[in-house]
Design a protein around this ligand. Structure first.
Ligand code: PLP
Length: 397
């Protein structure tokens, strides 16, 4: 029966029944004239979720990692310099990918638990008077540490330095859960995936690409075939795909967008903030500490939580899974063994969240953590009771 438990990993997230049903469809011929009616609304809906008006939406049958690769290979050439701050596992992996592609990566090392350092970006960009830096890469929501960075501040730093580099943002674990403003932040490429805020299974990388980034393709010489933006745009314009599309995921995405717009994006973001706040109150009641260094960095999609000295966070997540059939995120990289993560994004309600908090509390009590059983649940209940909105609409009532 434990397969009915929700997951509390920060993606892939719980897939609502409505989306599972939407994907249970017979194969459609992607070369038929009808395919355009399937794909076009999905591209238009994604544009809204990215907070963009003009960008091109490009989907690939891939995961977020494929999206990173598409972003760099379409716009950069071997030896180009990119500026990146490393403050967690995902910023680290994007750096690693850039290095493997022969890019010159200028890294700003930051403590894990901090976010994108706009001031340091500005200093580096001002120092680059020859404009060797071709792109600034930022992880919006560092899933390993539960840190949300201020992308507007990074754009501000680039403007202050009057630097023409492209701004590429990984919003894999923030899009469709926390506000994202591609236009307002002047983002050139934003990279997301289907398996987090969109509540679907993994398998589709979703990118929003500015005209400036598309123009960079003219001179970019990194090899690309599968991930070629132009091949995708040319075929999409004719209602097709350059190869076999992930059809069921496209159907799922259409329904996911319906769900997000029915709830209203602002309400989706507010729900994530509420759920996250309940988790943060629980962490405080347990006497534990978040990895995120300060409140303005707190992520509304994932909390990374230090275990007390002398405890092993892997033993905790293993015990929760083995005993109660419930999954929580393990600590990644530097945080392995030191912190566990609670994913609170996607299709989640107060009741689901409370079940997760109650379960991890039981697991902590079993392992003799100095945590009072029930304390975190009570703190979260208090938070949810005070901020609850009736779920019955007037009409339904
Ligand atoms: C912030 C962030 N970026 C990139 C990725 C990589 O995405 P994927 O695992 O879909 O390749 C992840 C995955 O969790 C992520 O959280």
């Amino acid at each position: 029966m434990s397969d009915q438990n929700p997951v509390f990993i920060p993606g892939p997230t719980n897939i609502p029944d409505r989306l599972r049903r939407a994907m249970q469809v017979q194969t459609q011929d992607h070369r038929s004239p009808a395919f355009v009616n399937t794909l076009t609304p999905v591209l238009a809906g994604c544009l809204t979720v990215f907070g963009a008006s003009e960008a091109e939406i490009i989907t690939f049958p891939a995961s977020g990692t494929g999206g990173w690769e598409a972003a760099i290979t379409n716009t950069l050439s071997p030896g180009d310099t990119v500026l990146v701050a490393r403050y967690g596992m995902f910023s680290h992996r994007w750096i690693d990918m850039c290095e493997r592609h022969g890019l010159n990566v200028q890294i700003i090392e930051c403590p894990w638990g901090s976010g994108a350092p706009a001031d340091k970006f500005e200093a580096a960009l001002r120092a680059d008077t020859a404009h060797k830096i071709k792109a600034v890469l930022v992880t919006h929501n560092e899933t390993a540490t539960g840190v949300r960075s201020d992308i507007g501040a990074v754009r501000g730093a680039m403007n202050a330095a009057a630097h023409p580099a492209l701004l590429m943002v990984d919003c894999v674990s923030s899009l469709a859960s926390m506000p994202f403003e591609m236009d307002a932040w002047g983002v050139d490429i934003a990279v997301a995936g289907s398996q987090k805020g969109f509540m679907l299974n993994t398998g589709m990388a979703i990118l929003a690409v500015s005209d400036k980034a598309l123009a960079a393709m003219d001179s970019a010489t990194l090899p690309r075939t599968f991930f070629d933006f132009r091949d995708m745009l040319t075929t999409n314009a004719k209602g097709g795909y350059p190869y076999t599309p992930p059809l069921q995921l496209i159907y799922g995405m259409a329904e996911s967008l319906n769900m997000l717009f029915e709830e209203g994006l602002e309400n989706v973001y507010a729900r994530h903030t509420r759920l996250a706040e309940g988790v943060r109150r629980a962490v405080e009641a347990w006497g534990l500490r978040l990895v995120a260094q300060s409140p303005e960095l707190y992520s509304d999609t994932v909390s990374a939580i230090y275990v007390p000295d002398g405890f092993d966070s892997n033993a905790l997540t293993e015990h929760a899974f083995a005993t109660y059939g419930m999954s929580f995120g393990v600590g990644l990289g530097e945080m392995n063994g030191r912190a566990f993560r609670i994913g609170h994004l996607g299709s989640l309600t107060d009741a689901m969240m409370l079940s997760g908090l109650a379960t991890i509390e039981m697991a902590m009590a079993d392992l003799n953590y100095p945590v009072k059983l029930g304390s975190g649940v009570i703190a979260a209940q208090d938070c949810y009771r005070k901020t609850a909105k009736p779920v019955l609409t007037e009409k339904a009532a």
